[in-house]
Design a protein around this ligand. Structure first.
Ligand code: 6AU
Length: 262
């Protein structure tokens, strides 16, 4: 796949979604292919962490349904931080219902995800209708969708023909699908896509609950992924998040540089 040797910014032409193009350009500008998974439960802790690590990331990933004191002020502050530090917001909602239901879940309720999250993701287990439903809401707002083609956890059922069919739907809806959550780049696709890989750790191999960690070098150089998603490796017990964010940013960017010269 020749695109593995392209710079991120050069790949923008191969993706039609404007948000995907903007993300690739931002990655090159900030020299960051690091996304931090901010899995904390208090608004103030989340915002304080993002204020510190914002300069080092291209994407901040949230799970807003774990925030105890979520409110619209959180959304406003998060949006302000995304403009100040220049990163995109990815709400890791993992939608998994029929098209009509996910339209409501994406646009409405307490969270109104589509109104503030640049990127969200979904499982493909319900069939293609889930992509159609999310697209009806997200595409007019300039949003992008990631399909969960694989999972990092032990025993994941997202393999084989499940993964293959997921790739087909991404091709068919490449105006809205900007890429995949997966552990590797998928070869021989007609369109270019952004691959984002969770399950990244430099120090440990797992978490005792099925999560499996690999290094930035392994996923970016050996497996052709584009963005590393790191959570507890950055703010886990005893860690200095600023030190760790810089460490993972460097590991991710060095791996990307190595891939370009391969
Ligand atoms: O680095 P961690 O293990 O602390 O956090 C990994 C983050 C978590 C998971 O909900 C998420 O990545 N994740 C996902 C995503 C991003 O969709 C998919 C997956 O297969 N594995 C995984 O860990 O916030």
């Amino acid at each position: 796949d020749a695109r593995l040797n392209y710079q991120y910014s050069q790949r923008a032409d191969g993706l039609s979604n404007p948000l995907a193009k903007a993300l690739l350009a931002l990655m090159e500008q900030k020299q960051s292919n690091l996304s931090v998974a901010v899995d904390l439960t208090k608004k103030a802790d989340i915002l304080a962490l993002i204020e510190k690590i914002g300069p080092f990331v291209c994407v901040i990933k949230t799970h807003v349904d774990v925030i105890e004191d979520f409110d619209q002020d959180f959304v406003q502050q998060l949006t302000a931080l995304s403009e100040k530090h220049r990163f995109f917001i990815f709400e890791d909602r993992k939608f998994a219902d029929i098209g009509n239901t996910v339209k409501l879940q994406y646009s409405s309720g307490v969270y109104k995800i589509a109104s503030w999250a640049h990127i969200t993701n979904c499982h493909t287990v319900p069939g293609e209708g889930i992509v159609q439903g999310l697209k009806e809401v997200g595409l007019p707002l300039g949003r992008g969708l990631l399909l969960l083609a694989e999972m990092s956890s032990k025993g994941s059922l997202a393999t084989g023909s499940y993964t293959e069919t997921t790739l087909e739907w991404a091709e068919k809806h490449s105006d809205f699908c900007i890429g995949f959550i997966a552990g590797r780049r998928f070869p021989n696709l007609q369109h270019d896509f952004i691959t984002m890989s969770p399950g990244i750790g430099l120090d440990v191999k797992g978490d005792g609950m099925g999560q499996q960690y690999r290094t930035p070098h392994e996923v970016i150089v050996n497996c052709g992924s584009d963005i590393i998603i790191v959570g507890r490796g950055i703010y886990g017990a005893g860690r200095d998040p600023v030190v760790e964010a810089q460490r993972y940013k460097k590991a991710g960017w060095d791996a990307y540089q190595e891939r370009l010269t391969k």
